[in-house]
Design a protein around this ligand. Structure first.
Ligand code: PHE
Length: 491
């Protein structure tokens, strides 16, 4: 890195002093790309972006949001939002990233609108906040994996004893964060892409097998009914807002992850089909996660779906009992598989969350990646301490946040971050449509998709990005803020 930066300076000076050669400009760009890194293939990008999307959001959060939000009615809204609002935002983010080859803060400046970099700053902050608590839950999953391997199924009844055991919790969160930092430190192709290429296919095989097994359990149908039969009278402002926040979170939008990943994407690739594949993978995996979790929960509760432990504890409290009832050997295998699956899903997301601030530090502060990761992770770990203490260790961080939906710090941090994602999504599409201008967006999308102009995709994206997304996102953002933070329901 040091050498490359030096070469870069020498070449730039040479260029200025001779001020002639186009070839040199290209050379500098090639060196810049080599310094920043890039995805080595189309499949690598899609797997990494899908890896970012598929995470705790799908396996841990989606089921409990469905549980809180009235079952299948929530699922229907989530799917609608994913395709009508999130898909266009993702295309826009990737296009901005690829056009500029920059981190989410620098990208706005590179397009000539430095004032808009505030959107990137808010997004980067939101991402760091997400990672700070996400890492705590990923740490729990790692801890549960070890407990399952040891056959300690009783852990489900001792969830709070587990989350207040500081030695264990600190050990697991530090371990998880360190694995994330190690992967990001290895760079885009050598770390992020490599891990996604191994973990994503493994994860798909694991989740499909577990869901197939869950179908065979007693009371599975009761769980599926709860999950799949909509009760539309349960739709409230909180459910609508919850479904939208979930869609944004699950697709890693509104904070610049896709700008950062787009900045490593080759001009040859078709952004629209890549985005479609990432969106489909994410919603399909969330859907399958529900097909797996609800039969497990129903099995554990003897078919009674009325008194679910909802919220962050849903999996951690309900599932170990289900694994125990499967018998000692099957229980250990299924239980360990399950928590390993969660850890894998979480890792491909934590690397994408860490990549955003790291990419900023590398681009703008010119600090080498292998050092930048450790500085940034240290800061994130510190920001995460209140979340870590907010499950019983510190009474203050556990009980004193007064929000309609939660009292603990982790849920509070999650609410703030999720809401910022909606704001970010609104700003990004509005920026692309009215400041940077649609024609420029179209030009960028045409790289790798020559027939884009005039296509159905173009028409759909044109309407959504110019009108539907800005209007609906602004309206829903207000609805979410009022219902989530003030308990005022407009619907
Ligand atoms: N999409 C990830 C998940 O579902 C979380 C995430 C959000 C990752 C925002 C990156 C950016 O778990």
């Amino acid at each position: 890195m040091f050498q490359s930066t030096t070469t870069h300076h020498i070449l730039t000076r040479f260029l200025i002093s001779n001020s002639r050669s186009y070839i040199l400009v290209t050379l500098i760009q090639i060196i810049d790309m080599a310094v920043r890194g890039s995805f080595s293939s189309r499949a690598g990008f899609i797997l990494a972006a899908a890896g970012s999307a598929v995470g705790l959001g799908n396996i841990w959060k989606f089921p409990f949001e469905v549980g809180l939000g009235g079952g299948a009615a929530f699922v229907v809204m989530y799917l609608g939002f994913a395709f009508i609002l999130c898909f266009p935002v993702m295309v826009t983010e990737i296009a901005i990233g690829r056009k500029t080859g920059k981190n989410p803060i620098g990208a706005f400046g590179a397009l000539g609108y430095a004032k808009w970099s505030i959107v990137g700053k808010i997004g980067t902050f939101a991402g760091m906040l997400i990672l700070s608590y996400y890492n705590v839950i990923a740490g729990w999953a790692l801890g549960y994996l070890v407990e399952m391997l040891m056959g300690n199924f009783d852990i489900g009844n001792n969830f709070s004893a587990f989350t207040t055991n500081m030695v264990k919790v600190v050990f697991y969160t530090v371990t998880f964060m360190s694995i994330t930092s190690y992967v990001v430190g290895k760079g885009v192709a050598g770390g992020i892409e490599k891990v996604a290429k191994i973990l994503m296919p493994t994860l798909i095989i694991m989740i499909v097998s577990l869901a197939a097994y869950a179908f065979t359990l007693p009371h599975a149908m009761k769980g599926l009914e709860f999950y799949l039969i909509p009760e539309f009278d349960e739709i409230t402002a909180a459910t609508v807002g919850g479904a939208l926040r979930q869609a944004f979170f699950s697709l890693s939008l509104g904070m610049g992850t896709m700008i950062a990943y787009g900045s490593y994407l080759s001009k040859k690739e078709n952004i629209v089909t890549a985005t479609a594949l990432v969106t489909l993978t994410d919603v399909i995996i969330a859907f399958i996660a529900g097909l797996m979790i609800f039969p497990f929960v129903a099995f554990n509760n003897g078919g009674d779906m009325n008194n679910l432990v909802s919220g962050p504890g849903l999996l951690f409290v309900n599932l170990p009992g289900a694994f125990e009832s499967m018998g000692p050997t099957v229980g250990v295998v299924v239980g360990s598989f399950f928590f390993l699956l969660i850890a894998f899903a979480a890792l491909t997301s934590t690397v994408s969350l860490l990549e955003v601030p790291v990419c900023y530090v590398v681009d703008e502060m010119k600090i080498i990646r292998s050092k930048a990761v450790w500085y940034v992770s240290g800061i994130i770990y510190i920001i995460g301490i209140p979340s870590l203490l907010g499950f019983g260790v510190s009474d203050f961080f556990t009980n004193s946040i007064v929000l309609p939906a939660s009292t603990d710090f982790l849920s509070f941090a999650a609410s703030i971050a999720d809401t910022l994602l909606l704001f970010g999504g609104f700003c990004i599409v509005t920026f692309a449509a009215y400041v940077w201008k649609k024609e420029n967006l179209v030009e960028e999308i045409k790289n790798g998709y020559e027939d884009y102009e005039g296509s159905i995709a173009h028409k759909f994206l044109n309407i959504t990005i110019s009108y539907i997304c800005p209007v609906l996102l602004a309206t829903l953002f207000i609805i979410v803020v009022l219902s989530h933070f003030f308990g005022i329901s407009l619907i």
